[in-house]
Design a protein around this ligand. Structure first.
Ligand code: ZN
Length: 499
């Protein structure tokens, strides 16, 4: 008997407070050929698993992603959703569907978790009996509707993320198991009222290391499919913003329940340990420390304006602080969103001297008016990175300028500078300079691999890390760390096949 498994998805992390709205122009769309050829996030692991079984055909249909950003427009969401449903309904006989989403999707005028809406629409189309495997980023949220809509789930287990391929592989493997055996998996989730910004849940440090490290033991319990942890997306003021522990068992609902409760309790027992475990500093102090550090290169992250969490990347606060340092060697400040400056710099061309006003394109924080003379060292209409890169914005114009000992890169659209290739594509050696400022929180794996030291700046901006400074209206309360010393039990926060 031969089987066909479709692969679709809409994977975008949305930060509601970000002014960088995610519209049609922000979307990166992958057709079936691109899904096969471009080493695509999660999809590549699914294709690898399906290829192991000669009687199963992978049917990649359509996948959409975007750099994390502000709320997705209804127009963009409706286009992707309609096209996905249309392709699924005209794909011929299917036996299962794999969905590659993120879990923190938010759409304008949709007063519901959008991942739940998306997977729910697929479920409504294919009917109650077709297995659906869902892969998610661990920074996503779970809801009763999403748990109901999917059949099996696999979630990333590393942050910074190094395991999208194996996560996609696991999702496909679980789906194939369901198809071959005909089992009806039972799913139970327990939600935890705790806000965990990703920087406090790095899986090389406690408590995330031990909690994520325990998951294979849950998976290995006879009768279990998988247990997973979603730390949630802490910055969004939504009722469904929570941490979730959930377990899927082959057929035994009481096993799923006991495993989900056990996992949730272990998270709750450790919740006060979700704090920053990396070197941190206020902006000026952190730059000074980097400059005088015996190590090089020092990578410094502007955590308040983290484009890979959805911030717009337009703040020049750290660039201005770098100019104030009066350093006697180069400091690279990369990845600033400034469309108007870029169009002037590109028009002026390499070698030109241009006067810029730093801060006049600020959106999420007050504008500033610092006038500087810059020399254009390089510029182009697009940044050619080749192939699939997570956290890449669509190709956009950019310019590299020099201001004394500071080298800055400006971009027409938000960009996540996450790999050495990003620097090399702009003619910047990613290790030869003393300091590199990037708009990230934790360092992404490829930069982690080349830095000698990392300092996280506790800078202001939409992705700033002090949750108590944000305005909360719709979040359910009590929630730690906004509220402390309250009672919580797994039994009071359980849903799914739990009765
Ligand atoms: Zn993530």
């Amino acid at each position: 008997m031969s089987m066909r498994i479709a692969i679709v998805g809409l994977s975008v992390e949305i930060m509601l407070s970000s002014p960088a709205v995610t519209g049609l122009a922000s979307l990166q769309l992958f057709d079936p050929q691109q899904m096969r050829d471009n080493d695509v996030w999660m999809v590549r692991g699914m294709l690898e698993r399906i290829a192991e079984d000669s009687d199963i055909e992978a049917v990649p249909l359509f996948w959409a992603t975007a750099l994390p950003g502000g709320i997705m427009t209804a127009e963009a969401y409706d286009m992707v959703k309609a096209k996905t449903l249309d392709l699924l309904s005209t794909a011929g006989e299917l036996d299962g569907v794999l969905v590659v989403n993120h879990g923190a999707l938010e759409v304008e005028n949709l007063d519901a978790d959008a991942d739940s809406d998306f997977v729910g629409a697929i479920r409504a189309l294919v009917g109650p009996d077709m297995p659906i495997g869902v892969s998610l980023d661990l920074h996503g949220d779970m809801t009763p509707q999403l748990l109901e809509a999917g059949t099996v789930f696999s979630v990333l287990r590393t942050a910074p993320h190094r395991d999208d391929k194996s996560t996609g592989y696991r999702a496909a493997d679980q789906l194939i198991k369901v198809l071959r055996t005909g089992i009806k998996p039972k799913k139970v989730a327990v939600s935890l009222p705790i806000l965990i910004p990703g920087e406090t849940a790095v899986t090389s440090a406690s408590p995330a290391r031990e909690l994520y490290g325990s998951l294979p033991q849950f998976d290995a319990v006879p009768g279990m499919m998988e247990a997973n942890i979603l730390v949630g997306f802490a910055w969004n003021d939504r009722p469904w913003t929570k941490c979730t522990a959930f377990a899927v068992a082959e057929e035994d609902a009481s096993l799923a329940r006991s495993q989900a409760v056990k996992l949730a309790q272990s998270i709750w027992d450790a919740h006060e340990q979700f704090i920053l475990r990396m070197e941190t500093a206020e902006v000026a102090e952190g730059l000074k420390r980097a400059l005088t550090s015996p190590q090089r290169p020092v990578y410094v992250s502007d955590s308040g304006d983290n484009t890979t969490a959805g911030a717009a990347g337009e703040l020049t606060t750290v660039l201005q602080a770098a100019l104030d340092l009066g350093a006697n060697e180069d400091i690279v400040v990369a990845g600033i969103t400034a469309p108007e400056a870029v169009s002037r710099l590109v028009a002026a061309g390499v070698g030109a001297e241009v006067e810029l006003v730093l801060g006049d394109e600020h959106m999420s924080r007050p504008k500033t008016e610092r006038r500087v003379k810059v020399r254009v060292e390089a510029c182009a209409d697009e940044l050619d990175l080749g192939g699939f890169q997570p956290y890449r914005s669509k190709d956009a114009a950019w310019a590299k300028v020099r201001i004394g000992n500071v080298v800055a890169t400006f971009h027409a659209q938000p960009i996540g500078i996450t790999t050495p290739e990003h620097f090399q594509a702009m003619g910047i050696d990613p290790v030869a300079h003393k300091i590199y400022v990037v708009k990230l929180g934790y360092l992404h794996p490829r930069l982690e691999d080349i830095m000698a030291r990392h300092i996280l700046l506790l800078s202001d901006g939409t992705s700033q890390l002090d949750m108590s400074r944000l305005e909360w209206k719709r979040l359910s309360r009590p929630t730690w760390p906004l509220d402390r010393n309250f009672e919580w039990t797994p039994e009071g926060n359980i849903y799914g096949d739990a009765s």
